[in-house]
Design a protein around this ligand. Structure first.
Ligand SMILES: NC(=O)c1ccc[n+]([C@@H]2O[C@H](COP(=O)([O-])OP(=O)(O)OC[C@H]3O[C@@H](n4cnc5c(N)ncnc54)[C@H](O)[C@@H]3O)[C@@H](O)[C@H]2O)c1
Length: 389
């Protein structure tokens, strides 16, 4: 079987950069029928130690601290953008102009206008794009989409989306780039509400209007040190700095198909650890899914199982992609497996000439909802979601 070599440059070997690198390394071991082989050419990270790690531990051919040289290199076909949000746009601009295909981590930039800018660069340069809304790739989320499309839930009347995470709940958690406007842009509305909105749009369709609120619960945090990560802690008495974006956001919304929706997101609650969940209510049934238990889908079927309530469907190799990782039923997948499915699907689509979703277009659909939400924070009233321009 002929396979295309796809030479990769990756920017930012932090949490997501490492996850995508591992995925690209694993693809040949998992997908025997693949049409390509990923080649890890160059990793760019501002931190030289990360560059060395890229070469020594991940097998990149070389590393650099200069992202521009990496994403424009002649021996690179595909660029993975895994740097902090506010760096996404210049990296994407250069990669698009250099004729690379581009996979960017979400949300693409830190402000809605930046996501649109990235989309425009990609459109002008006819760039093949993908965005890292990885939860859409859970086999049971794909199954939920098929059930809804087949009418198994009847008409959808209500959607509830929630992403509650504890990553910012510790007051001694460091003031990482996520809490700074010049590096992250907006707070949870960019960081994790974007995942909830992408799931809702993927599963039941576009949102037409929203009204919402926000709060910053922990206003100061210890300053970061070199080598600190997203999850590092400071000590009582350490110098602190201001948190510059929101810890909490919520919204009521209406979908274009008439369904109502409620969304809430927080990084400072205590209890839920990575509760990215949805509940979908239709006239004939309901579904519930939660990332913390991503191998389980709860299904309520009206009429036939009224007395037994929700039925738990366990993931297994009868669902899309699951069998590539582990055979049988009830043997679990993990979060990084979703990223591997995402990367495999993105490169497969490019090599076979198919379109890929979610692309930068879908990323703009997500931030259009965020733009209306941000407007409603000031107006304190319902705001229409703009259409892609
Ligand atoms: N899809 C998901 O579920 C998910 C989860 C986490 C993060 N993300 C996204 O991934 C992106 C990265 O987040 P993360 O948590 O991996 O961050 P991180 O802080 O763990 O890693 C960022 C990396 O970028 C490097 N970097 C910073 N400035 C740079 C520069 N000028 N040039 C090159 N490298 C530079 C840092 O040294 C670090 O290695 C963000 O956009 C975030 O929203 C997505």
């Amino acid at each position: 079987m002929s396979r295309k070599d796809i030479r990769v440059a990756l920017v930012g070997l932090g949490w997501m950069g490492q996850a995508h690198s591992r995925s690209l390394i694993r693809i040949p071991t998992l997908f025997a029928d693949r049409k390509f082989n990923p080649i890890l050419k160059v990793c760019a990270d501002a931190d030289e130690n990360r560059g060395q790690q890229a070469v020594n531990d991940f097998g990149y051919e070389r590393s650099t601290t200069d992202w521009k040289s990496a994403v424009t290199a002649d021996d690179v076909d595909a660029v993975w953008v895994c740097a902090p949000n506010m760096l996404h746009i210049p990296i994407i601009e250069q990669a698009c102009k250099a004729g690379k295909i581009v996979f960017s981590e979400k949300p693409i930039g830190g402000k809605p206008s930046q996501t649109l800018e990235a989309f425009n660069f990609a459109t002008q340069n006819k760039t093949f794009t993908g965005v890292g809304y990885n939860y859409l790739w859970a086999p049971l989320v794909l199954h939920a989409k098929k059930m809804i499309a087949a009418g198994e839930l009847g008409e959808i009347i209500h959607y509830k989306g929630r992403f509650f995470s504890m990553y910012g709940s510790d007051e001694l958690g460091l003031l990482s780039w996520r809490f700074k406007f010049d590096q992250a842009g907006y707070g949870v509305s960019s960081d994790i509400l974007s995942h909830s909105v992408s799931l809702a749009q993927f599963l039941i369709g576009d949102i037409s209007e929203v009204v919402g609120m926000k709060e910053t619960t922990i206003k100061k945090r210890p300053l970061p040190t070199s080598n600190s990560s997203h999850y590092s802690r400071g000590n009582v008495g350490d110098p602190t700095g201001e948190v510059e974006n929101e810890d909490f956001a919520s919204m009521l919304c209406r979908f274009k198909n008439g369904a109502t929706g409620t969304f809430e997101t927080s990084r400072t609650v205590v209890g839920p650890e990575s509760e990215n969940m949805f509940e979908i209510y239709g006239t004939k049934g309901a579904l519930k899914w939660n990332h913390e238990t991503l191998n389980e889908l709860l299904y309520y079927k009206k009429d036939e199982v009224v007395e037994t309530g929700f039925t738990k469907i366990l993931s297994g190799d009868r669902f899309d992609f699951h069998g590539a990782f582990v055979p049988g039923q009830g043997n679990s997948l993990g979060t990084e497996d979703l990223i591997c499915i995402e990367d495999y699907s993105f490169l497969t689509a490019w090599v076979t000439g198919e379109s890929f979703k979610p692309s930068f277009r879908e990323a703009v659909n997500v931030v259009n909802v965020q733009a209306a939400l941000i407007k409603s924070w000031d107006s304190k009233s319902w705001e229409k979601v703009p259409s892609i321009k």
